[in-house]
Design a protein around this ligand. Structure first.
Ligand SMILES: [Zn+2]
Length: 473
């Protein structure tokens, strides 16, 4: 309620000062979109002639031709109130007709997003259960026991010889200072010792994964004006972010081939040590969603959605990341993207030497999950909605790449095990489900002229069947 009041109060002067501040940048960014350009110009002219505009009832606003612009009001208003220079750049991404505004009351934007790639869309919900941890308690805990954040790191790292310990303490002390912007960076750490305060809550979350990994829990504290850029998202996981204080703005794009290609090019540039402009990349992406998150709300971002997170206010959040069996086909399909993302994020953190180890860990995890899926009886995997057909299609795209990753990143000893056992896993999956067609190429198992194992080795595992144990099918 308080929020609605503040927005209407702001809207009453929205047209006088902030629109003038923003009109130049907004118009610059809209130059590529003639239709939108016209609408904005039209709005600005209309407003210039009427310097005092009283807030119109929502029903009137919705009938205006410029509704698509007004629908982004809540996000644009918060960006205008943010003193950080970067807020202007983020506002430039609020391109009418290219970004929809997601609030917890309207589902149309999420439905459109969902329709685009036939999977989950980002969501914004009010937390149904109270979390025992709030910003004040978090601050107290961290002030009492500074060792709780021993593994904390800034993303991006602080520039020059800045003392990370002191900077993190300053940020924690200023957690309730909504425009504290000493650094444009985000402090993240694993809250292992805060666990007693969050464990009962986490156990009730809907993130229970059927894969053999615990959800990863992280606390992140953002300076006002900080940006968590595209490389910080964990593409293979569903991320659930519980905001404890302040405010966050998300820009999330669906994993359309066009968007993923842009994301991959961005990662590759970072990996080469270049500094690509994330905002520019996002400006070229299609069909995004803007989300404005308040304390007590939970934002869920599905896997493979390129996402930026901006802090219009100093904020703290608890994040849970989990991998689901239903996302296994995507992990195979985008296995090359995963490698670029790991490379990009480690390089940004200043640890290029850690890339190989981090990729090896991910590849081993994928292998383990694949074994669980392929070794499961048919009915079990249907629970998660993963079919052999979806896995077969994903393998067609990513199987050979997965093999290359195993050869390149997995340590000797384990590598040979992986290489030799994959065709056997698929053979077992086909047998368990009594399939009459190869899930990858859809040839009938009677027509392949050899055992399924030999066929898989030859056609889908880039090797010769002599390398592995012979199948019996
Ligand atoms: Zn086949």
């Amino acid at each position: 309620m308080a929020y609605h009041l503040s927005v209407s109060a702001i809207l009453s002067w929205f047209n006088v000062l902030p629109l003038m501040m923003f009109s130049h940048s907004l118009l610059t960014s809209l130059a590529h979109f003639p239709d939108a350009h016209f609408s904005v110009l039209h709005t600005i002219h209309a407003q210039a002639n009427k310097p005092v505009r009283h807030k119109m009832p929502d029903s009137d606003k919705r009938t205006l031709a410029t509704w698509h612009l007004w629908s982004l009001d809540p996000v644009v208003v918060e960006l205008q109130l943010c003193p950080a220079a970067r807020a202007v750049k983020i506002a430039e991404l609020m391109i009418p007709r290219h970004i929809g505004f997601l609030d917890s009351n309207t589902g149309s934007v999420a439905r459109k997003f969902q329709g685009l790639y036939d999977a989950a869309a980002p969501t914004l919900k009010h937390s149904e259960r109270a979390l025992q941890l709030n910003a004040r308690l978090l601050k107290l805990l961290l002030q009492k026991k500074p060792s709780l954040k021993d593994d904390a790191q800034f993303h991006p790292p602080l520039i020059g010889s800045e003392d990370t310990g002191k900077a993190s303490q300053d940020l924690i002390d200023n957690l309730e200072n909504c425009h504290y912007q000493k650094h444009a960076s985000t402090l993240t750490f694993r809250p292992s010792t805060i666990n007693p305060h969050i464990k009962p809550y986490i156990e009730t979350c809907l993130l229970n994964s059927t894969l053999p990994h615990e959800p990863v829990t992280t606390i992140s504290i953002m300076h006002c004006g900080a940006l968590l850029s595209l490389e910080t998202a964990a593409p293979t996981s569903t991320s659930e972010i519980h905001l404890l204080s302040g405010m966050r703005i998300y820009l999330s794009y669906p994993p359309l081939a066009h968007n993923i290609a842009l994301l991959q090019a961005y990662f590759q540039e970072l990996d080469k040590g270049l500094i690509p402009n994330a905002a520019k990349v996002c400006a070229s992406m299609l069909d995004g969603i803007a989300i404005l998150q308040q304390p007590g709300q939970i934002v869920t971002i599905p896997p493979y959605c390129p996402t930026l997170v901006f802090a219009p206010k100093t904020n703290a959040a608890l994040m849970l990341r989990a991998q689901h069996k239903a996302d296994l086909p995507s992990r195979l399909h985008y296995v090359d993207l995963l490698v670029c993302q790991v490379g990009a994020s480690q390089r940004v953190l200043g640890h290029p030497e850690a890339v190989d180890g981090a990729v090896e860990y991910k590849i081993k995890q994928l292998y383990a999950d694949l074994s669980v899926f392929l070794g499961a009886k048919g009915e079990e995997d249907m629970v998660d909605g993963v079919s052999m057909a979806a896995m077969g299609r994903a393998w067609k795209k990513g199987g050979v790449c997965f093999r290359e990753m195993v050869e390149r990143y997995v340590c000797e000893g384990v590598r040979e095990d992986f290489l030799n056992s994959v065709p056997g896993l698929w053979t077992k999956a086909v047998r368990l489900r009594s399939l009459t067609k190869c899930p990858v190429c859809e040839k009938g198992t009677r027509d392949i002229g050899s055992t399924f194992m030999e066929h898989f080795w030859r056609e889908h595992w880039g090797g010769n069947e002599g390398e592995g144990e012979k199948g019996t099918d």
